[in-house]
Design a binder for this molecule. Sequence first.
Ligand code: IMP
Length: 424
Amino acid sequence: MSARMDVLLGAQWGDEGKGKVVDVIAPEYPVIARFQGGPNAGHTLIFEGRKHVLHTIPSGVFRGGTMNLVGNGVVIDPIVLMKEISALEAVGVDVRDRLLLSRRAHLILPTHRTLDAASEAEKGKQRIGSTLKGIGPTYMDKTGRNGLRVGDLERSDMMDRYSALVRKHERLLGLYEPMERPVDAETEWLDAVARLRELRFVDSENYLDDVLRSGKRVLAEGAQGTLLDIDFGTYPFVTSSNTICAGACTGLGVAPNRIEKVVGIFKAYCTRVGSGPFPTELNDELGEAIRAKGREFGSTTGRARRCGWLDLPALRYAVTINGVTELAMMKADVLAGMSSVRVCTGYRHQGRVTERMPYDLTTDIEPVYQEMDGWGECSASDPLPKALEHYIAHIEAAVGVPVTIVSLGPDRAETLLRNAAALH
Ligand code: IMP
C-alpha cells in the first residue's frame, strides 16, 4: 500500500530547532526531503559531544539507511554544498551515498549573492536583514524564468546559459552602487560545480512517487519558519520561498492528499533574527538573559537573535495555515528558574483585542499577556515539573493540537516524547 508523507516545519520565525527534531525522528523515515530555502538555513544537530551545522543537506544525513533529498523548491549554492559535504566527510559521514539532488532545484551563482548585498545596501534602514546568501535574487530568477537548474549541468550548453545569466546580472548590478567582490568567486563556483556533477541527480517528483508507492514513508523538512513565508509572513521582512506546508507540495512535487502528519516546531519563547515586527520582543535584561542562556546566535550568520515571550496568536496562525497536527516544543529548559513567565494571548489592535494575526504587525499592536507560574530545572529523564505541564496544557488548549515532543536541551538524548503513539 502507498505510504504518506509527513511534514516538519517551523511555526515561528525560524531557528526553532527543526534540525534536532528531524534527527530524533529520522529513524522512522527511509527518506528525508528538504523542500525550500537554501544556505540561509542553519540546522544545528548535537550528539555524542559534537556539533554539526547543516545548510543545504537534510538533517537525516547522520543516520545510515536514510536517503536525503534536496527537493526542487530548494536553491543550492554549489560552493556551500560542497563545503558542507567536505566537513561531513571529514568526520566520517558517508554523505554521497545518502544524498540526492533534484534536477529542478535552482542554482545560486556568485552574482546572485552580489545582487543580494547590493539590494540590501540600497534599502538602507528598510533592509530585511537578509543572510546575504543570494536567496532572494535566485528565487527572482526562478519566477522570472531565467534561472539555472541542477539539470542544466547535464546539458552541453550549460556554460552558455551560465554566461547569459551572469551578463544579465552584470547589467542589473550597474543599477546599484558598486559592490566589493571576491576576485576568485567565479573560479571557486565553477570548481564546486565540477564536483557537484559527481553527486546523484534525480527527477525528485518521480523518485518520491516511487518511494511512497513502495510503502516507504517520507519526511519533508522545512527551513526558516511560517512567519517568514513569502505570502503569509510579516512581508516584506520575510524570506523568498513558501515555508508553509503547501511549500512541501510545490517544493517536492507531492500532492496535498498524500500528506499525513504536519509537525510544527516552536520554542517555549520566541526569537527572530533580522529586521521586521516582533510584538512580544523583550528589549531588556530579560531578553538578554534568554539570549545568553538559550545561546540565541544565528548558526549561519552568528547574528544575535532577538528574544521575547511566546506569542499564541502567531502560533495559532501557524497551526491553521499549515494544518499542524502535532507540535514539538523546544528549549523549555531555557526558561527554567524564572518565578513567572508570560504568554501573549492576544493583541490590542485598533482599539480592540484580537486573537487573529492582523495584516500589518508594524503599527498599533500591543500584546496582551497572561502571567503563569515558572518552573525549575528539568530533564528528559524526570517527570516534567507541574508548572511546565500546566504551561504546555495551556498552549494545547489555545491552539487545539497536542504537544508530542518536548526538547529540554540540545543533545539528541535530551528529548521527551509526551505521547509517542501520536507520532507513529
Ligand atoms: P534571506 O532569506 O537570507 O533573504 O533572509 C530574509 C529574512 O529571513 C531575514 O530576516 C533573515 O534573518 C531571515 N532568515 C532567513 N533564513 C533564516 C533561518 O534559517 N532562520 C532564521 N531566520 C532566517
